[in-house]
Design a protein around this ligand. Structure first.
Ligand code: HEM
Length: 153
């Protein structure tokens, strides 16, 4: 009765190091490729904004019909803009060491983004197609300026 148990124990002792070793090795990745890494909080916020901007393009065509979807999308974008506000952009090639003034500039631009999203929400509440179209154009401009100034392209 005891012999098979001993055999099993021996097998476990032999196999255990092999099972643990890969985990020990993978705990500290060697030169992980940028694309293998988890997206940062800022990247996640930006990806949400991207999805929102895409969705808006279709939804603003008929604001009365799409009012609920518009409010949901804009709520997510508002949340993402707030998340981006408390993040720091990574230093760029032009700015290897992000200085305080540059960071204030970043925050101001994100604040303009938030303001634009709020303008879109206001227009969506009123189902105002013209105001939505104007604010949507502004959203594209805010993004363009933000990326030109603060993102390494
Ligand atoms: C509608 C507005 C915006 C959209 C749709 C948008 C979209 C994106 C996307 C898709 C990325 C790539 C994220 C990734 O690598 O996974 C990105 C990166 C970035 N964006 Fe935006 N963006 C917007 C506005 C802004 C604004 C206003 C700023 C600056 C004030 C900004 C600063 C950045 C920065 C610094 C990065 C690089 C993040 C990193 O790689 O760590 N973005 N954005």
């Amino acid at each position: 009765m005891h012999t098979p148990l001993k055999g099993l124990l021996a097998i476990c002792l032999l196999v255990a190091p092999a099972a643990v070793a890969p985990r020990l090795n993978s705990a500290r990745p060697v030169e992980a490729d940028a694309h293998d890494q988890e997206p940062t909080a800022l990247q996640q916020a930006m990806d949400t904004l991207k999805g929102g901007q895409r969705a808006l393009k279709k939804l603003i065509a008929d604001p009365a019909e799409n009012q609920v979807a518009l409010m949901n999308t804009l709520g997510e974008m508002e949340h993402a803009a707030l998340a981006a506000l408390s993040e720091r952009p990574p230093a760029t090639e032009e700015r290897p060491e992000a200085d305080a003034l540059w960071l204030v500039g970043y925050k101001r631009q994100i604040a303009t983004l938030l303001q634009t999203v709020l303008t879109l929400e206001d227009a969506a509440l009123r189902a105002d197609a013209d105001a939505l179209a104007d604010a949507y154009t502004q959203l594209g401009e805010v993004k363009k300026t933000g990326h030109e100034r603060f993102r390494d392209l």
